[in-house]
Design a protein around this ligand. Structure first.
Ligand code: PEP
Length: 263
């Protein structure tokens, strides 16, 4: 279903009216985690100033440590919905448990499946039946073939509104959190008709890498990027070191505006 063999035209997925597909590079930005209404609204305004057309933000956070901030849950979803009301930005948010899919889908414009859940087949089937577009992150240990098969689980439930997101894979290298596999973008685009975007924030794990990796993503032909921004990253409850701050946003907007020149 997701293969290009029977579907040679590349697809465009619409999220709350916003297209993600071959004719544009869509900027999705926002806080890693929803912490407060004020923080989320400030981050959304920052994102919008840089040209973002979709707001990201996690209310359910899949953390490596059980002692780390796990997200605000439904309260976070309510904050996202309020901020969508205030900014007009449709929201992309993660769901980590099949049991929460209905709840998250009742607030979200797009459901995100994170790297740790790429092969959680019950979750994939549940989001496939939820009636919302899905962003499927590549498992950090997954091959491209496994990633596409995970997308197939969603598609099999009748949902072809799937966006693939390359977010870095595990390699021997420890200088970055994960290694951004830029080749995955054209490879996945050749094998599948689905749009492919890149997360330079979670792959690099450090602020100073985000803009160079964004340029790489755009240059390699990604259909969009998803980027963490935070008004006060030093106070962030999740992944502050990778969040772009106000001072970075002019350059981010420039990269997005210049994208045809990079090609
Ligand atoms: C995220 O985008 O909030 C996230 C946790 O990303 P990943 O699943 O890629 O680690």
């Amino acid at each position: 279903l997701v293969s290009r063999e029977n579907h040679p035209e590349r697809s465009t997925v619409h999220v709350g009216g916003v297209p993600i597909g071959p004719d544009t590079v869509t900027l999705i930005a926002g806080p890693c985690a929803v912490e407060t209404h004020r923080q989320t609204l400030e981050a959304a305004r920052m994102a919008q100033a840089a040209g973002a057309v979709l707001l990201r933000g996690g209310a359910f956070k899949p953390r490596t440590s059980p002692y780390a901030f796990q997200g605000l849950g439904e309260k976070g979803l309510r904050i996202l919905a309020d901020v969508r009301e205030e900014t007009g930005l449709p929201i992309v948010t993660e769901v980590v448990d099949a049991q929460d899919v209905e709840l998250v889908a009742s607030y979200a414009d797009m459901l995100q499946v994170g790297t740790r859940n790429m092969q959680n087949f019950a979750l994939l089937q549940a989001v496939g039946a939820a009636g919302r577009p899905v962003m499927l992150k590549r498992g950090m240990n997954a091959t491209i073939e496994e990633w596409l098969m995970a997308a197939e689980y969603i598609a099999q439930r009748g949902n072809l509104d799937i966006v693939l997101c390359e977010r870095g894979i595990r390699t021997f290298e420890t200088a970055t959190r994960n290694t951004l596999d830029v080749s995955a973008v054209p490879v996945a685009q050749r094998l599948s008709h689905l749009p492919v975007i890149v997360d330079p924030s979670h792959s690099g794990g450090r602020r100073e890498l985000v803009l160079p990796l964004t340029r790489a993503a755009v240059a390699v032909g990604a259909d969009g990027v998803i980027i963490d921004v935070h008004p006060h990253p030093e106070q962030a409850l999740c992944d502050g070191p990778q969040a772009l701050v106000g001072a970075d946003l002019g350059e981010l907007a420039q990269v997005m505006n210049d994208f045809p020149a990079l090609l």
